[in-house]
Ligand binder design. Structure first.
Ligand SMILES: NC(=O)c1ccc[n+]([C@@H]2O[C@H](COP(=O)([O-])OP(=O)(O)OC[C@H]3O[C@@H](n4cnc5c(N)ncnc54)[C@H](O)[C@@H]3O)[C@@H](O)[C@H]2O)c1
Length: 324
């Protein structure tokens, strides 16, 4: 397939691009490199475009005939979205509208959209299915839900077909060791723990150990970034034969607490972690885990990195290269 990956220089997008190249797809990356990295894109056409730059976008996509678009380009820091909602609404919603407009203008009718568990807001059940109520509690989550709803409307009007993939906690790195997570600032648990080994005097902060969970720390669902990549390619494949709108929750469905992540990091690195317990943060649900049954059965998705050790080993392997 000929695939356009927006946000292909970012953490998840670069892994999708690499996995697609391994499967011999023809990939073109579109990115403004605002949070993405030049080194993360290799051996493919690259369009340096900000989705808000309508004229440049129009020029770059004119006459292009992609079999589908995987759309990841977005800002995704919850805290930043609360402080600066305008930037988030503009970048994530207007940027997506501009992209969709150019897709339709060029007869490109298939899109896989990078969504998030944040669209569900405070969970009413510990295990989240696709039909869980959608009540995002921050601007970031709301921007993603607006785009999901718009894609659904476009599919009803038969303008395009869409699959929305809602990731839980993306983690890990490509086992080849050339790609991995390198956000700045880093807010995700596993890289933050691994980074804190480089700053031995500053203890890693565990936000709360008074949650109603077996060890008192939050439970999350960690899903390997290459498994996410596989799901995107399966979703795009499905769109070659199926019209309409569909939605899938992408998680491993395995529950791991913050303390379990710390213990696993200590096991993998062979080093004790200097940590302390801090206040628990408002808005952090105790448990957030995907029910991935629909993705397994309908997409034929089979996560390979199905335990935390394997995920953290790849993240540690990458971390060592990054800090060399
Ligand atoms: N990392 C996670 O755990 C997670 C969880 C749920 C959903 N997501 C979603 O996955 C996607 C990728 O996340 P990530 O962690 O790889 O983030 P990232 O910041 O590493 O990647 C985003 C990429 O999009 C590009 N970009 C942003 N705005 C753009 C614009 N206007 N025009 C062109 N390019 C633009 C950035 O330069 C970057 O390369 C995002 O849409 C995010 O909301 C991520």
């Amino acid at each position: 397939m000929k695939i356009l990956v927006t946000g292909g220089a970012g953490y998840i997008g670069s892994h999708i691009t690499r996995q697609a190249q391994r499967q011999s797809h023809d990939v073109c990356v579109l990115d403004d490199f605002s949070t993405g990295n030049e080194w993360a894109v290799k051996d493919c056409e690259t369009l340096r475009v900000n989705l808000l730059d309508k004229d440049l976008l129009k020029k770059c996509l004119r006459g292009r005939n992609f079999d589908g678009v995987i759309h990841l380009a977005a800002k995704s820091l919850v805290g930043e979205s609360i402080i600066n909602p305008y930037t988030y609404y503009e970048n994530n919603i207007v940027g997506s509208l501009n992209l969709l407009n150019e897709m339709l203008r060029n007869d490109i009718h298939r899109i896989v959209f990078s969504s998030t568990a944040a669209i569900f807001g405070n969970p009413r059940t510990n295990i989240i299915r696709e039909d869980h109520p959608k009540n995002p509690i921050n601007p970031y989550g709301r921007t993603k839900l607006v785009v999901e709803n718009f894609l659904n409307d476009l599919s009803i009007s038969k303008k395009l077909s869409a699959v929305c993939l809602r990731y839980f906690n993306a983690a890990g790195a490509d086992p080849d060791g050339e790609l991995g997570e390198a956000h700045d600032p880093e807010t995700h648990l596993i890289p933050t723990i691994l980074n804190s080994y480089d700053r031995a005097k500053q203890p890693f902060k565990v936000f709360g150990n008074d949650y109603p969970t077996p060890d008192g720390t939050c439970i999350r669902d960690y899903v390997h970034v290459n498994d996410l990549a596989d799901a995107h390619l399966l979703a795009l494949q499905k769109l070659q034969n199926t019209d309409g709108f569909s939605e899938y929750n992408l998680g491993s469905s395995v529950k791991n607490s913050v303390m379990e992540v710390i213990k696993t990091c200590e096991g993998v690195t062979g080093r004790p972690l200097n940590y302390e317990i801090d206040e628990h943060r408002l808005g952090d649900p105790a448990v957030l885990v995907a029910d991935n049954t629909k993705a397994l059965t309908e997409l034929g998705w089979q996560p390979v990195f199905n335990n935390l050790d394997k995920i953290i080993e790849t993240a540690w392997n990458w971390h060592k290269r990054l800090s060399m």
